[in-house]
Design a protein around this ligand. Structure first.
Ligand code: G3P
Ligand code: MG
Length: 250
């Protein structure tokens, strides 16, 4: 039985270690290294525009200050999201989800859109992220998989765009994982690789769901995950874990 019709090795935050995270250059980098699947994080600007960024605050990955949720899109659009990584990326903007979706379509790259709400904005981020994804990927051959650590965001996404597949992100397996996956009508569980065991993979599959592992940055762990039949892994190490790593093991 196939649980996972998506790429099995996914470039984390677009280009892993090889470009500033969650930027258009990162997605281009992942694609240029042969990756057909990328993951990126999506949060709302103050005025409700879904943008690619990981942290709730701007300091680590941009030249801005303060909270993403307090910053209107007009100001986010002026920021530089690449200089922290290297001067070669000095003109890298904070991308909108729309720009990222357009780029994925142009490159033929599948996306796992991680809904990453600022705290207190779970429902709006899930709803607006899903509605926009629904519009942007309308008619696309492969819709994105929406994932989140926040059940409230996934529930809002489920109401807004029920047809888009959903994955629940967790660190360690909670005792009620079956109930959560069922209630949110998810297709997959995305678990910290540190906490995955062969038994967990078997149990998740037996319950009818896919399991993906984040974030796998060494070949030995990648081999172990695939030996246990984990469906997909997220990686920053696009140099040592190739897009067809899983296929090479069989
Ligand atoms: O979606 C997998 C992974 O990205 C989850 O953790 O913190 O890197 O977004 P994080
Ligand atoms: Mg993420």
């Amino acid at each position: 039985m196939t649980f996972w019709p998506y790429p099995r090795v996914i470039a984390h935050r677009g280009g892993g270690q090889f470009a500033p995270e969650n930027t258009l250059s990162a997605i281009r980098k992942g694609h240029s290294l042969g990756f057909h699947g990328v993951e990126f994080d999506v949060m709302l600007s103050q005025d409700g525009v879904p943008v690619l960024i990981h942290d709730e605050t701007l300091e680590r990955t941009t030249n801005g200050h303060g909270r993403v949720a307090d910053t209107p899109m007009r100001l986010l659009a002026e920021l530089n999201a690449g200089s922290w990584f290297s001067s070669a990326f000095a003109h890298e903007p904070v991308p909108t989800l729309e720009a990222a979706a357009n780029l994925c379509a142009a490159l033929g790259v599948w996306a796992n859109v991680e809904i990453k709400p600022a705290s207190g904005h779970e429902v709006d981020t899930g709803r607006l992220g899903a509605l926009l994804a629904q519009r942007l990927w309308c008619g696309a051959p492969r819709p994105p998989l929406l994932s989140s650590f926040q059940p409230a965001a996934l529930d809002a996404a489920r109401h807004a765009a029920p047809e888009l597949p959903r994955g629940l992100l967790i660190d360690n397996l909670p005792p009620d994982w079956r109930m959560q996956l069922q209630a949110l009508e998810c297709v997959s569980l995305h678990c910290n690789a540190k906490h995955i065991t062969a038994d967990i993979v078997r149990d998740v599959h037996n319950a009818g769901y896919a399991i993906a592992a984040w974030t796998v940055n060494d070949a030995a762990t990648a081999r172990r995950m695939f030996a246990w039949n984990v469906d997909a892994i997220f990686t920053d190490r696009l140099d040592i874990i190739s897009p067809d790593f899983a296929a090479g093991l069989v």
